[in-house]
Design a protein around this ligand. Sequence first.
Ligand code: SAH
Length: 475
Amino acid sequence: MLLTLTTTHRPATDLGHLLVKHPDRVHAFDVPVGTAHVFYPEAGEQRCTATLLLDVDPLKLAAARGRGRGRPAATTPESFTLGRYVNDRPYAASSLLASALSRVFRSALRGESRDRPELAASGIPLEVRVPVLRCRGGAEVATRLFTPLGWAVSATALPLDEQQPQWGDSRYVDLTLTGTLRVADALNHLYVLLPVLDDAKHYWVAPDEVDKLLRAGAGWLADHPERGLIVRRYLAHRRALAGQALERLAAQRPTDEPVADDGVDDAPTRESAPRASLAARRREAVHAALVEAGAHRVLDLGCGGGALLATLIGDRRFTEIVGTDVSTQALALAARRLRLERLPERQRNRVTLWQSALTYRDDRLRGYDAAVLMEVVEHLDPPRLPALEDAVFGHARPATVVVTTPNVEHNVRYEGLPAGAFRHADHRFEWSRAEFAGWAERVSATYGYSAVLRGVGDDDPEVGAPTQLAVFTRT
Ligand code: SAH
């Protein structure tokens, strides 16, 4: 059983960081039905492919089925027959591959990547190939299930016997999915939909399967046009469980207020207190600063996946909300996560997404009450920073500018972050409190603003809070 995941994102080898599996190594994991291997047949700058190969041991499989969570082995129809040992399970992708996927790529499924947190939160060009997938209902069902999730689907039925074309097609398809998606979304789609296509779960369906399904389906299953079919098949046609799952999904269906919290934090170690993540506290702090400033028409410059936009849309005092980013992928992700096309028209008209580079003057950005640069400045090469200062403080000139950026002094508190390393691979610099204060003072003096600085996150008496925030007010 084989599945490959390819990206052409540059550098493509970042896929190793996202999957938390080094491209130069072959990784092997014991799973209940055999051994799962992960390796990279291709790992170049331009293209990188990870392969998950599940080597099923028929004896282990028979034993695992016999254990079947409370179901006596003898009630399985196959239990007395050779079919228990000789069947297509070892060769055709199915729920076994899905379980191996969840075992092997656990943090990637949750969208976590210590080394590339932003990339993990962004859509990247992906191609998934499952050369032999058992597909009940044929290739057409695969297309119906994957297309609404943003995949281009190519599913070709495999002939029963290549030498005997008159025998027709088998139940197997060769599946290729292409799209620009987050790796976590891709893996969660596969985790749920491979067994759904197979429609023959290898284990007893227990009540906690509903939780597993809803967890993996978070953000996409509630709106999927085929959610009925997905839920019924995933829960192995147990009507009571499927009913429960569909009810819980109905409760999640979009209301006026989109909630788009990526849960991705740029801190390599999570703060130990069971508080909101640093990313959430940053959004709260920025939101509060905008409210304090009395802003109604606001710009989120370098909005990324749109997490702050979601917070702002939820607050009706913001009458016009514009998100800009240089990356079209980030904007596409934001549009998808905010579900802009599903918002009622009055709501949708409050929100606009523009592609715009912060290092160039852009007339569209003039005349707003406030602009936010949340975790953006540190992504620019220092020589490009004056161009951003001119474009934002000199040309757009909103009454208020809110800037957040890491406090580099706090990095020593992050276990696992090597001394001198930045929090993100894409950070071009990180400032100490004195450096940030110096920058704020210089920008204020040059462009006629005054700045007030504060920390965000738990304050540390020695090294300060993890995030620093400045509110610039035009004088
Ligand atoms: N503000 C968001 C995203 C921060 S990541 C948040 O806090 O969650 C930094 C973002 O800045 C990325 O989305 C990146 O595409 C964008 N960015 C980097 N350089 C930029 C530039 N020159 N112009 C516009 N956006 C830029």
